[in-house]
Every structure is written in C-alpha cells, then in structure tokens.
Design a protein around this ligand. Structure first.
Ligand SMILES: Nc1ncnc2c1ncn2[C@@H]1O[C@H](COP(=O)(O)OP(=O)(O)OP(=O)(O)O)[C@@H](O)[C@H]1O
Ligand SMILES: [Mg+2]
Length: 673
C-alpha cells in the first residue's frame, strides 16, 4: 500500500503550491495579535453515545486532523457518517448523552470553545420568523458588534453582509415559519450565515452551508465565505461540512476530511483525494465530478456493488469492502503520517496566543435591542398575545353574563368565590397557550447564546420588559369586561387591585413557563409539564379544599405556601369581601340578619386575616422576581455545569475488541461490557 501512496503529493508540497494566502500558524505568530488566527487540532477523537441495555455506539472513531488559519477544511461523507457530530465535538457542543475522548487543542492549548468564542452555523435554521431579513440582520449587528462602532457603521456592516450573501432582493421579506410562508429555504440558510459572519469571527463552523442552494449560489456563497479573509485581513479558520459540492466549490477547499461511519477514509489536501482513490483502485471516471465519485464509493447505505480497478484488473466488490480497503490504506499511508506530524507540531503549546473572546455591544445596549426585537416579535406573532386576548375577551363576556349583577344574598358568597377562583386559576392557566411561540423564541435565544451574541441576563430583561405592555393589555381589557357587569365591589381601588392581581398571576405563569421551557424545551411536553404543575398548585390553593382541611403532609406544608393561587385567592377574597355585608341564610331579626365580609373570610374561606391584601399582592410580585431569577440561575448553571459534566464524561472509550467478520470489511467496534 505504501507504494501506492508514495505517489500522492506531500502535504507541505501542496501547501507551497497553494496560494500565498495559506499561512501556517507559526508564520502567523510573527504577525499582530488580531491576525494571529486560530489553529485547531484534534487527536484520536472518539465520540460514543450510550444506548439501551448499557450498550454504547461509536459515532466517531479515533479521528485525527487539524484546521489552520486562512484555510477551508471541508468535511464530507454520506448522510449519518458523523459530520455534524465532528463539528459539534470541535465546537464543544456535544449533547449530554454523548461521551467524548481524545484531545482537541486550540493553538496548542486545551480551551473550552463553547459560549461565544466561535461562530457556528448549525444545520437547522433557527430564526425569528416574524422579522424581515433586514431586521434580523440589523438587530443581530446591533447586538453583536461592539459599542465602539456607531449605529450607522453597524447598519453598513449589516447591509454589506446581506449583499455579500446575495440577499439584497429579499431584504424586506419576512423570514416566515410554520403556517406563514416567507423566504425560501436557501435564503434562510444564507440569513443564518449572514448573522454569524457579521462579526468577522476567526473560527467559523458551518454545517451544510449550501444545502438548499443551487450550484451557482453554492459556489458564490462558498467563495465569499472562503475569501472573507482577503477583505478584513483576518486569517480565518473555516470548517464546513458539505454534502454535494460542485467541482468548482470543491476547488475552494484546502483540506478534505472524508468520513464514513465515523471513520476517516481520507484526510489531507482536497486536490489529492481523487488521486488517493485512484491509487487504491477507485479512479474517478472521466467527466465525473470528483466529489460525487468519492461519496458514491463510500456510501454503503444502499448495498451497491462497485467496480474496483487495480493494475488493470477489474473486479466487483461491495461498498463495505471498498471502505475497508480505503480506511486501512489511509491508516498506513504517508498522507496520514504527514497529518499526524502536522498535528504534533500544532499541539506544541503556543503560550503567546490566547483565543480572544468576541467583543459585543454593551449590556444596556443589548437590553434595549433585545426589548425592541422581542416587542416587534410579540406584536407580529398572533400566537403570543393576540389570540389569547381574543379568547380572554370571549371568556370575560361569558363571565359577565353568567355572574351578571350579583346581589348581597347568602348564595352570592359562593358565586363571588367561584368567579374569583375561575379568573385566578383557569384564566391564568390559559397563559400556557403562548408557550409554543415562547419555545420558538427560546430556540433562537439558545442559538444566539451558544454563539455568544449576548448574555442570559440581557435576554431575561428584554423578554420581561417587552411583555409588560401586552400582559397589561390582556389583563386590563378582559378584566374590565368581566369585573363591572358582575356586580363586584364598585370602588376603583378594588378594580385596580383586581387588575394588579390578575396581571401578576399572568406574569407569574409566564415566568413559570420560562422555567419549564429551560428544562423541557419541547413545546408539547412543556405544555403538559406546565399544565401538571399548575394543576397541583390549583388544588393546593385553598379553594377546592379549604386551607384548614388540606392534608398536612405535602398539600398544606409546603404546597399551600408555594402555590401562587393561595395568595391570589386570599388577596382577591379580601379585596372583594372586606367591607361587604350579606344576608344571613335563614337568619331572623336584629344584628343576626346579616353576616360581615370579614366573618365570611375567616370562617367560610379560612383566609389568614393577620395581614392585608397588599401583602398578598407583594408576595405575588416577589414570586415573579424569584421565578425570573430562577430561570436565570438554571440557564447559567447549565452553562457552567455542562462543560464540567462533559469533561467528567470524557473518559477514554471502554475496552474494545475488533471483530472482523470479513477480513476485507471495515473492523466492527464491539464493546466488552
Ligand atoms: N445524540 C445521539 N444519540 C444517538 N445517535 C446519535 C446522536 N448523535 C448522532 N447520532 C448518530 O450518529 C450518526 C452521525 O450523525 P450526524 O448527525 O453526525 O451525521 P451527519 O453526517 O451530519 O449526517 P447528515 O449529512 O444527514 O446531516 C447518525 O447515525 C446518528 O443517528
Ligand atoms: Mg449533519
């Protein structure tokens, strides 16, 4: 096999032949700090996922490679070969059910790459669907670019990036999502790239940047990405997974990492890949795109036999055998040796170069931009508040008619209690209707947070402030419709208290749902979880079973004190019953003819009369703050704990043996449990 490989050009030779733009990290060190660039190298990288029955499956199997400043590394391979997993591993974004081992070094140092140190365009586009292309990129520019740049400069940067990605004709079209058609899939892809290249990052991960694009658009997008460095003078390290590059796009790649079922079939200069295949008996047929040929040879999903042509002796073998031949041949090849040597060189510690964090807009600016963006999104998304407003108005009209003009009879005591219970439990419960829209919002937040566009605190502040006017609207309008015709206490202070309590409860449920979304990010599971939690709180709130009758363990201590319904019920009962007198049922003569509101509160509803209704409202407001802070803590803790947990889990893969069912086939990785 060595003789076959010796004909393949040496890596260094190819680099020398390449453009003068290709500069190794060592040469970069002589330059200024800004232009230093990022060298990424990985050695014997394994990624495994644990499945059922304590079995684990290897997704990446001992990959070694590197990516250098000023170069484009393309990761290619059939679907499911591990391209996205490799990108995730390199960017420090593997899921919690995966285990990683091996060494990933940035400029020779072990550093965590997540949270804002690199830009990553993921395979799925997560964008705010209600914004237009221009708005999405503008807001992002204002969030990401530092305060040292003026607003005008930021706009200019956004405009030029939009043009760079060929989106100038779609600037005023909404992005669109489920239910609302907006820009095309290919355009969404380009908006995602646009947002990530705004800050001119030194390290750029792109997962299938050209999917959904025609061959011309793919070429222009890739060419512009590859030549970004020429414009801003930053020697950029680009790692892109790609499915079907045309021959023109293929020529833009400096290095190629070809994967099949998580194994390296080839890693080295892109231009030498076809030669490597030819030398191993798989020459590219004339007039065929080399990348198509490479992928066809190593795709074993469809059980296709392929023709092997070695030393003019042709025979038919299975794709599995072909992959086996290529993998074994690559392991013993000179190219592999060169790669290993290069990785060794790159892993020498470069203490002078630290990978600088991106500078973004100041905290206040971020809060302002996020508030504005979130306000626009809530305004345009019908599911967020408008639909709820409509339903609430319909329910308020129903309440006003069912409980119309309550009198002061004994029976109206129960009616008033039921009215308040319905408002503060069922009406607030329906706040979960806005959860799907919120989950979409959270997905965008998650992506932006991982790419370090802004902090969690700015997001929480932006979301809270922008939702205030809408929450006020959905509590004030339906509240007024339901309150006055029902004949509850007329004074404006009573109405004001009722609205304040309703507003606080709606905001509380929103805050609760934010916490649920941070733990259960799936919208259906989130709705079920949120509904379950609220159901328990409602039961413990003191209406369905009176407080003194609640079983002590769990329901009274602690649930009765944790459930916000308790404070909403008791506060609103005090607001309604204090100062009123009702006819005593069956009572005769004198002072016994009526029953005071205070008496009803104490004896009928078991309300704690040792403090005023304002304390109840204060507790509700305090709970809102507590819930929002809790959300912040959960996100921040996950951020801090996740890399730690991943590093704990990053143990060397368990002892394995290779079982060769067929000597020519790729070795199967079987685990000894
Ligand atoms: N968290 C996980 N749990 C279980 N299996 C996983 C997990 N992540 C990835 N895999 C499996 O690992 C393999 C590689 O997945 P990956 O997404 O990296 O493929 P890919 O090369 O990016 O494919 P595509 O081109 O279709 O995007 C797949 O078979 C996938 O099912
Ligand atoms: Mg993928």
């Amino acid at each position: 096999m060595t003789s076959l490989v010796s004909a393949v050009p040496n890596i260094q030779e190819i680099e020398m032949k390449g453009s003068s733009n290709v500069i190794g990290s060592k040469r970069m060190n002589n330059g200024g700090e800004e232009n230093k660039g990022v060298c990424l190298s990985w050695k014997d990288l394994w990624v495994t996922v644990s499945g059922s029955k304590n079995e684990s499956k290897s997704i990446l199997e001992g990959l070694t490679g590197y990516a250098k400043p000023g170069q484009v590394l393309a990761i290619m391979g059939p679907s499911g070969s591990g391209k996205s997993t490799l990108l995730d591993a390199l960017a420090g974004r593997l899921g919690s059910n995966t285990r990683q081992s091996g060494e990933i070094l940035i400029n020779g140092n072990k550093q965590a790459l997540a949270y804002g140190t690199s830009a990553y365009v993921t395979q799925d586009d997560t964008l705010l669907t209600t914004l237009t292309v221009k708005e999405a990129v503008y807001y992002s520019a204002q969030l990401q670019l530092p305060d040292t740049m003026s607003k005008q400069e930021k706009k200019q940067r956004a405009d030029s990036t939009i043009k760079e990605m060929g989106l100038q004709d779609a600037t005023n079209t909404r992005i669109g999502g489920w239910g609302v058609k907006g820009i095309s899939g290919g355009q969404k892809r380009r908006v995602s790239i646009c947002i990530e290249i705004l800050t001119h990052p030194s390290l750029l991960f792109l997962d299938e940047p050209t999917s959904g694009l025609d061959s011309a658009a793919s070429y222009y997008v890739m060419k512009r990405i590859a030549s970004l460095g020429k414009k801003d003078g930053i020697q950029r390290t680009i790692i892109a997974s790609i499915h079907q590059p045309s021959s023109e796009v293929f020529q833009l790649f400096h290095n190629l990492c070809l994967l099949s079922s998580g194994k390296t079939v080839y890693f080295g200069p892109a231009s030498a890949a076809s030669e490597f295949f030819a030398l191993n008996g798989f020459p590219c047929p004339p007039l065929q795109n080399p990348s198509d040929h490479l992928l066809k040879t190593i795709n074993k999903d469809f059980d296709q036999d392929i023709e092997m042509d070695l030393a003019h002796m042709s025979r038919t073998i299975s794709t599995e055998q072909a992959i086996g031949i290529l993998v074994t041949s690559f392991k013993s090849s000179e190219i592999n040796q060169e790669v290993t040597n290069e990785v060794e060189v790159l892993s020498k510690k470069d203490n002078n170069s630290t990978y600088k964090k991106k500078k973004h807009a100041g905290f206040l600016n971020q809060c302002l931009v996020l508030t504005r963006r979130s306000f626009v999104n809530m305004f345009r998304d019908l599911g967020y508040y408008w639909l709820r407003l409509g339903i609430y108005i319909a329910l308020a009209i129903s309440l006003a008619t069912v409980f119309n003009n309550l009198d002061k009879s004994y029976g109206s005591i129960q009616d008033r209690g039921s009215f308040l219970m319905f408002v503060f439990s069922f009406l607030t419960f329906m706040t979960i209707g806005g959860f799907p829209s919120y989950v979409e919002d959270m997905k965008v937040f998650e992506r932006e947070r991982l790419n370090g566009h802004y902090g969690v605190t700015a997001y929480v502040i932006g979301n809270t402030v922008s939702s205030l006017p809408y929450l006020l609207m959905v509590s004030l309008i339906p509240g007024a419709i339901a309150y006055y015709p029902s004949g509850l206490q007329k004074g404006y202070q009573h109405f004001l208290y009722f609205i304040c309590a309703l507003f606080s409860c709606l905001m509380l449920v929103e805050s609760l749902m934010m916490i649920v979304a941070s733990i259960v990010p799936h919208f259906l599971m989130g709705i079920i979880t949120g509904a379950g939690i609220q159901g328990i709180m409602m039961l413990a709130g003191g209406f369905f079973r009176l407080p003194n009758d609640l079983p002590n363990p769990f329901w009274r201590y602690p649930m009765f004190y944790i459930a916000f319904h308790r404070y909403a019920f008791q506060g609103s009962y005090k607001n309604e019953f204090e100062g009123l007198k009702f006819d005593r049922d069956g009572g005769v003569g004198g002072s016994l003819n009526y029953i005071s509101g205070e008496e009803i509160l104490r004896n009928k509803w078991h309300v704690d009369m040792s403090y005023s209704k304002w304390v109840d409202l204060g507790v509700l407001l305090g709970m809102i703050v507590l819930y929002r802070v809790l959300f912040l803590i959960i996100i921040k803790t996950t951020e801090k704990v996740k890399p730690f947990v991943l590093s704990l889990m990053a143990v060397s893969p368990r002892k394995t043996i290779h079982v060769l069912e067929n000597p020519n086939a790729t070795p199967l990785h079987v685990e000894i449990v």
